[in-house]
Design a protein around this ligand. Structure first.
Ligand code: ZN
Length: 339
């Protein structure tokens, strides 16, 4: 009961990449870099295990960014043709590569780190991939001429990788779709269908992560414009409840999304965000348990999986480590308090 997990990413050690930065450049190259990525994966797993996290991840130590790390393994993308694009409905600018031809997987994107993580933990292992709608919102199109068509092409490539991850022994494949919270109509029109295509044929647990973004200034400023009650989830939850995705990962701690909306996710496991990644303040176990307690009013207890609001990649390492401990301690307190 109240098994814990994290959204996906953890900060990288300073010997691997520049700290506290998104898209941080690697500090090594070639074979040294590949070895260092796996060393960092081992540290990420150990930190989660020692904190008491039940469903661990590789901490996304082997990718520079949660979208572009996957794209590096895809044919049909020109990384030298970078253009500045306003992403997440122009919330912030990013230099993104361009799709210049038909998409296909070069082989495997994440086999090395998934197999390595599998070999080094006896806990349940979750692996994250970007969702198709978020991918097309983070890349320029110079080939397909149609966002939806390109999203489904990415879904097929993601599906190939997801099946590979399942064969590697991954227990949960999670697709990250922060774009669902930005383009709500598109999410229900075709985003969930594209997600189904990405998850087709998987027999392992499937999840989708939908948040209000990393704790970077552009996101904090955006959230300040969303008013007193964030209703984005309300527009997509009914369609998600009908979807074939098993788990939904959400931002709940310090969130202005009313938790009563969780009622709309009937039948889904809820990865309940109980740790705020936009503040360095460490949650107390009582604060974590309080979010769980409130969610219990709307979600059956066996469907609640305490989690972080979002990835912790841009955070300080010591803060992220302390938050892992708070997450596990809060879930333990909730077990004592609510069972
Ligand atoms: Zn997120």
């Amino acid at each position: 009961m109240f098994e814990t997990t994290i959204a996906g990413s953890l900060p990288k050690p300073s010997w691997l990449a520049e700290p506290q930065k998104l898209w941080a450049p690697w500090r090594l190259g070639g074979a040294e870099l590949e070895a260092a990525k796996l060393d960092a994966t081992l540290v990420a797993i150990k930190l989660q295990e020692d904190a008491g996290i039940d469903i661990v991840t590789d901490g996304e130590q082997s990718r520079q960014h949660f979208v572009h790390g996957f794209l590096e393994a895809v044919n049909g993308i020109d990384f030298t043709k970078r253009v500045e694009m306003g992403i997440r409905n122009d919330r912030y600018k990013a230099m993104v590569p361009t799709v210049t031809g038909p998409l296909s997987l070069k082989g495997r994107a994440h086999a090395a780190e998934a197999r390595f993580a599998r070999a080094h933990t006896g806990r349940k292992l979750k692996f994250t991939l970007p969702g198709p709608m978020t991918v097309v919102d983070t890349i320029a199109d110079g080939h397909y001429g149609d966002r939806v068509k390109m999203a489904f092409a990415f879904a097929d490539v993601l599906n190939q990788e997801a099946r590979g991850l399942e064969a590697d022994g991954v227990d949960v494949v999670q697709f990250d779709e922060p774009a669902f919270n930005v383009y709500m109509d598109a999410a229900t029109d075709w985003g969930i269908e594209a997600l189904h295509r990405a998850a087709a044929g998987l027999t392992c647990t499937t999840a989708v992560h939908i948040c209000y973004g990393y704790g970077i200034p552009a996101n904090v400023e955006w959230k300040a414009t969303l008013g007193a009650a964030w209703r984005q989830y309300e527009r997509i939850f009914p369609a998600l409840a009908k979807s074939r995705i098993g788990q939904v990962s959400l931002e709940c701690r310090n969130s202005k999304a009313p938790l009563e909306l969780l009622k709309l996710l009937d039948g889904k496991d809820v990865l309940l965000g109980v740790i705020d990644v936009a503040t360095d303040a460490i949650e107390t176990p009582a604060e974590v348990a309080a979010v769980i307690g409130e969610a219990l009013r709307y979600v059956p207890r066996e469907r609640i999986i305490p989690c972080t609001n979002c990835g912790m990649a841009p955070m300080r390492r010591d803060i992220a480590a302390a938050k892992l401990i708070a997450l596990a301690a809060g879930a333990k307190l909730a077990r004592e308090r609510f069972l």
